[in-house]
Design a protein around this ligand. Structure first.
Ligand SMILES: *Cc1c(COP(=O)(O)O)cnc(C)c1O
Ligand code: SF4
Length: 352
């Protein structure tokens, strides 16, 4: 467990981060610069956030399997000097990651066995998932693909010919989910080419993009990106990933609203995470803030039991209780579906 926060500094009274004086806060640099200048050094991170050196040392040890990665635009939403910050907890490696816990494995959701061809997974009827990129804007410590062999899963040829040929040959598919990694780390021209190729397959009706980039680096939602997404024959759906209302600052809201303004359906999925969002007030505030951003809360995922993430697990009974409280407090469309992914099942399994 993280130590309890000794002093909670509301962001308004917290000293500005060095990145702010360096002019790299959200909105002031382009998204590729944000990606390239993301923090990778735990000592740098702890220095900026005024956390003890012992935390940096632990983070160095714990990042052996999955290195630290966090963009400045997200960092600027973390409270300085608060070891219990829910955004910090999602990105800072801690010793618990090294603990082996029975039941927590490298491939908890059966990704390896659902591979159809290089770069294409299918678990559910009518929709297949394309691994379009091996990288993300951030390394979430609880990620279910922590141990995923991207090099084996990515299309053997960079253009994804095999996956596209498989999609074209299977008329039972009507939706392609672009996932990764994060598809929005691809440059606009590569993404646009892929979208055009998919739109040339007559039986594909929708393209869905699973991405955390509009949350991590809202500058990613550029005019070109919006043009590329909304000028298609395919109906575009964007599913973002946000776990806490503090992730949704004004820049993120602007980015999300601009997607919706182009007629794109935008949903959110969250993971239920101990010490991040496992309380009613946080989940209710998250749903309300998502609605302000014109985003529909879609899924609340029970944590996939991936090795290294056991300390994030919340008991299912607790999750059910939280959902009941949300139902009592919010409109039905603001209550996410609480689900778990069980390897081999025909859909996500509802838990509430
Ligand atoms: C979760 C998931 C989907 C999407 O499922 P929905 O219930 O339609 O959101 C599709 N393919 C794979 C492999 C998935 O894991
Ligand atoms: S953005 Fe998504 S895929 Fe990438 S590390 Fe986070 S949870 Fe995993």
């Amino acid at each position: 467990m993280l130590p309890a926060s000794s002093s909670v500094n509301p962001r308004s009274s917290a000293a500005p981060l060095p990145c702010e004086s360096a002019g790299t806060v959200a909105g002031s640099s382009d998204w590729q610069t944000e990606l390239n200048t993301a923090i990778r050094d735990p000592h740098h991170l702890c220095h900026v956030l005024r956390l003890p050196t012992s935390w940096a040392n632990a983070a160095v040890r714990a990042s052996r399997h999955v290195p630290l990665l966090v963009p400045w635009s997200y960092l600027s939403r973390i409270r300085v000097g608060d070891p219990g910050d829910p955004l910090l907890r999602q990105i800072l490696p801690i010793d618990e990651e090294l603990r082996e816990v029975r039941g927590f494995t490298a491939d908890p959701v059966g990704d390896t066995s659902s591979k159809r061809t290089a770069g294409l997974l299918q678990k559910y009827s009518g929709r297949a998932l394309m691994i379009t990129a091996g990288a993300c804007a951030v390394h979430c410590r609880f990620c279910f693909r922590r141990h995923f062999a991207y090099q084996e899963a990515l299309p053997a040829d960079a253009s994804g010919e095999f996956a596209l040929a498989e999609i074209a040959a299977d008329t039972s598919l009507e939706e392609i989910v672009l996932s990764g990694g994060d598809p929005f780390v691809l440059p606009d021209d590569r993404l646009a080419k892929l979208l055009v190729q998919l739109s040339q397959v007559p039986h594909i009706k929708r393209v869905r993009i699973h991405t955390r980039l509009p949350i991590m680096i809202p500058q990613r939602v550029t005019g070109e990106l919006l043009d590329g997404l909304s000028g298609l024959r395919l109906d575009p759906v964007v599913v973002v990933h946000c776990n806490h209302p503090s992730e949704l600052d004004g820049h993120v809201r602007t980015a999300l609203v601009s997607l919706v303004a182009r007629g794109i359906l935008v949903f959110n999925q969250s993971v239920l995470l101990r010490g991040v969002n496992d309380d009613f007030a946080t989940l209710a505030a998250l749903s309300r803030r998502l609605l302000e951003c014109r985003v529909v809360p879609y899924y609340l995922h029970q944590l996939d039991r991936v090795a290294g993430a056991a300390h994030f697990e919340v008991p299912v009974e607790r999750g059910r209780q939280l959902i009941r409280q949300l139902r009592d407090a919010l409109p039905g469309y603001a209550v996410p579906r609480y689900v778990r992914e069980n390897a081999g099942e025909a859909s996500k399994t509802p838990l509430a």
